[in-house]
Design a protein around this ligand. Structure first.
Ligand SMILES: [Zn+2]
Length: 513
């Protein structure tokens, strides 16, 4: 009896100690904060660019060019030429400036160079793309290429509004104002606009990278391209906007799996068939995903979110040493967030049979993998083989459909000048926002720029809620005036802040407890 009481007491002390440690850590994490730059002003001329009717119309017009990229079809040359002509016509200061040179790459991509005062500093590159994905017109509530505004005139609908003509025109509009105000940067930079990003950038971005190398530009200070966004009302219990900066990008791999097996008349089925074997293999792959893991990148994201989360989420996020299994379980069961924590497996094409009374002798499927940076192609293949565990299923890699995941760029704000500059600039526009590093789960042109820089960031300074997110690559894609104005000012401040050559001193963050 006595030993029982003693054991209970000991257990009580253990629980109390856990609670105290959790509380101390939670307090330490939530009380840490960085010193911010002063927010972007709201007075035109005072380092602020107001969205005038002219600037808005210039952007809207880009949405009327049908610069569609299709996997299997030629694109419409005249639409691309029209868009390029429009871009040049709308930014007379940029395209006549003495410090600007530009060239067309692979006919329709555009590479602009802005010469800075200090030739010893490494140049950086800001990228976007000119092309858009196709539309299913019947699903749109407006003409996708008519730049239709809503009744209040607060936003515009159009294919490419968010992906990626907003970035394209905001960058050029920012540069136009930058140069008009007589600014000359210390550090040189490039603006790079590929014309086939939506079909892998195999001509545009590839040749932009080659052009830079031919011009002896082997290293860039950093690259910033489209990517993660500023998330609003996306995570329960967090009211602040989350400025999500993609510091890496998942790779991908398409596998073809196939089965040959005795076919025959449907009145005499065998115990198994090509269809049943294939169905089992696909089911196994779909249900037995690769394991999820809270890695260093995810850990940093969670620690940054802890101070703004309410109780008890903040206590959980601040005490990963204790709650890691719980968080891992939560992530692996979340449809959207699981992609951040693991390589995902998705059967996307399934094919067998041509006639209702014939058992087919073959079946095949395509399995799409989005590869997490910690996994290699070989590890994915091993997982697929072991999961299917059936020698009758042939696994082959589809030609040209493998891209490795990207290296993880620096995301320590205290030591990485490049990450700090981008995070600082974003916070000038999104006051009170929390910057977190994250993993880009979709593909961008940056895959072709990996050789050019160790510091590649994927970020669009666009505030989105769950509804806006659903419109990317889907119907009724839109961009609001508020967002567009912020985008212009983000790039304007980036052109100023990127001149920095040393990291800014931040207040000490007490994460070491
Ligand atoms: Zn895009």
């Amino acid at each position: 009896m006595n030993s029982c009481v003693a054991l209970l007491r000991l257990f009580g002390v253990f629980i109390a100690a856990l609670v105290v440690i959790c509380a101390i850590r939670t307090f330490a994490v939530i009380s840490s904060s960085d010193r911010k730059l002063s927010p972007c002003s709201k007075v035109e001329g005072d380092e602020f660019i107001e969205l005038t009717e002219r600037r808005w119309n210039a952007f809207k017009k880009t949405l009327t060019f049908k610069t569609i990229s299709r996997e299997s079809a030629q694109f419409d040359i005249e639409e691309f030429q029209g868009l390029l002509k429009h871009i040049i016509g709308e930014h007379p200061t940029v395209f006549s400036s003495k410090i600007v040179t530009y060239q067309f790459v692979a006919n329709y991509s555009l590479l602009i160079h802005v010469q800075g005062k200090n030739r010893d500093l490494l140049p950086y590159m800001v990228a976007a793309h000119l092309d858009v994905v196709p539309v299913v017109e019947s699903q749109w509530s407006v003409d996708p290429f008519n730049a239709t505004e809503d009744a209040e005139g607060t936003l515009v609908y159009g294919r490419g509004a968010l992906d990626d003509k907003g970035s394209l025109m905001a960058q050029l509009s920012a540069l136009e104002s930058f140069l008009k105000r007589g600014r000359i940067p210390e550090r040189s930079f490039y603006l790079a606009y590929g014309h086939d990003e939506e079909v892998m950038g195999k001509v545009g971005a590839v040749n932009i990278a080659r052009t830079l190398k031919r011009q002896s530009v082997d290293k860039l200070h950093f690259v910033i391209d489209e990517g993660m966004l500023v998330l609003k009302d996306m995570l329960p219990g967090i009211k602040q906007n989350i400025i999500s900066i993609g510091v890496s990008e998942k790779g991908f791999l398409n596998l073809n799996i196939s089965v040959e097996y005795t076919g025959g008349h449907s009145s005499m089925p065998n115990k198994e068939s090509a269809v049943s074997i294939m169905a089992r293999a696909v089911h196994r792959l779909h249900t037995q995903q690769m394991p999820a893991l809270v890695d260093q990148l995810m850990e940093e994201t969670l620690l940054k979110l802890a101070p703004v989360a309410g109780f008890p989420v903040n206590a959980v996020l601040s005490n990963l040493w204790l709650f890691r299994p719980l968080i891992t379980w939560g992530l692996s069961n979340h449809k959207t967030l699981q992609g951040m924590a693991r390589t995902t497996t998705a059967p996307t094409i399934f094919h067998a049979g041509t006639k209702s009374n014939v058992i087919p002798s073959s079946a095949w499927a395509v399995i799409n993998h989005r590869i997490h940076p910690r996994d290699s192609k070989e590890e994915v293949l091993t997982h697929v083989r072991n999961t299917i565990n059936d020698m009758r299923v042939t696994i082959t890699e589809l030609a040209g459909s493998y891209f490795p995941s990207h290296p993880i760029s620096a995301f320590d704000r205290k030591t990485s000048l490049q990450y700090q500059v981008i995070a600082d600039t974003a916070e000038q526009l999104f006051e009170g926002g929390i910057t977190v590093p994250s993993l880009m789960v979709a593909a961008t042109d940056t895959k072709h720029y990996l050789d050019l820089s160790d510091n590649i960031y994927r970020f669009n300074p666009v505030l989105v809620g769950p509804k806006d997110l659903a419109s990317i690559h889907a119907e009724d894609e839109l961009l609001s005036k508020d967002n567009y104005q912020r985008m212009i000012n983000f790039y304007y401040h980036l052109f100023i802040n990127a001149d920095r050559t040393t990291v800014r001193e931040l207040r000490h963050e007490n994460h070491e407890l």
